[in-house]
Design a protein around this ligand. Structure first.
Ligand code: AFP
Length: 322
């Protein structure tokens, strides 16, 4: 089976980007090992600190963030990085050709219950200028050179796009390498499965309440078919399910904190997942337009997210246009 680096070398991926992606894969194999050790290596539970998002950090959030930072900053290919766990950007090598934004461990609330978590990354070409600034990261997601995630599940899987479709790799523990297991991911245009945290229903805007209400009405309702629901509480796992068997995922705006556009972060959750979903033939929208066209204003900016099966996303967005 084709290993990650040889698969990338055969594509049109620039050599420096191949080595950067390979390096992220190495860092994630290290994170996978820490996760699999779990309680035996004392890495579960809270780190007792809050991050810039005001969220209590888990020990593994900090460990994963430090691991990725160390690997990326030592590589020479990274001009700068942005992380969910870092307040500002972190400068790397002046000669680095790429910027990397990442969520080191998405789904942290799943760590202590041995459920699925993942690492999400977004890669941009570095600017021609010398000193890197936050401004250099504030590019629409459509400019990404590559995007992907590593899902720490029963299998450890790396899912990646460099702009030539979406490929899936599975970690072969015998040889310690990611091997190609899906050459071309395709999301069906229609679906009967949706993912949303239903406990927030009373806080949603009216169009989302109406859209979800029509899904729940099933075959007797306006959609004239029954729908199934899933919610893993880790975007990386819900998106992986959609890339594998279709569906719609949404984390909409809600009025609990009206000034917050949504829970998910644009730079290192919505943008990378948006590139993967679009490259697999799906759609990824905020409530008004494609996520990848959003002009970022700050690196921890949040957006509402509706992504997955193209026809179903279009239907959901149409409820907001009425
Ligand atoms: P954590 O990393 O804090 O667990 O948040 C995960 C996440 O950002 C995203 O991965 C999930 O889809 C979403 O939040 C789950 O949010 P709820 O816990 O509100 O359902």
């Amino acid at each position: 089976m084709q290993r990650l680096s040889s698969q990338l070398q055969q594509s049109n991926t620039p050599p420096e980007l191949v080595s950067l992606i390979d390096l992220i894969a190495v860092a994630c194999k290290d994170i996978a090992h820490r996760l699999q050790q779990g309680a035996m290596s004392g890495v579960l539970g809270s780190a007792g600190e809050e991050n810039v998002q005001g969220e209590t950090q888990k020990k593994l959030d900090v460990i994963s963030n430090d691991l990725l930072k160390d690997y990326l900053l030592a590589s020479g290919t990274v001009r700068g990085l942005a992380s969910e766990e870092e307040e500002g950007i972190v400068a790397g090598s002046d000669k680095g050709g790429y910027l990397v934004a990442f969520d080191p461990l998405d789904g942290s609330s799943n760590i202590d219950i041995n459920s699925m978590v993942g690492t999400i990354f977004s890669i941009f070409k570095a600017p021609a200028t010398d000193a890197v600034s936050e401004q250099d990261f504030l590019q629409p997601g459509r400019n990404q050179a590559a995007a992907g995630y590593v899902l720490y599940g029963p299998s450890v899987m790396l899912v990646l796009s460099t702009g030539e479709g979406v490929q899936m790799y599975t970690l072969d523990q015998r040889i310690g390498e990611f091997v190609l297991t899906v050459e071309k991911v395709a999301i069906a245009k229609d679906t009967k499965e949706f993912a949303i945290n239903m406990s927030n229903q009373r806080f949603w805007a009216e169009p989302m309440q109406r859209y979800i209400g029509d899904l729940l009405a099933g075959s007797d309702g306006p959609r004239e078919k029954n729908f199934n629901m899933r919610w893993v509480a880790a975007m990386v796992a819900d998106v992986h399910r959609i890339l594998c068997r279709g569906g719609l995922f949404t984390y909409p705006w809600d009025n609990r904190e009206p000034n917050k556009p949504g829970k998910l972060r644009l730079m290192y959750e919505a943008n990378p997942m948006g590139m993967l979903v679009e490259q697999a033939g799906g759609l990824a929208y905020t409530d008004t337009g494609p996520i990848l066209d959003v002009q970022p204003e700050q690196i921890h900016q949040r957006v509402p997210v509706i992504l997955g099966a193209a026809n179903e996303v279009a239907t959901c967005v149409a409820y907001h246009a009425k």
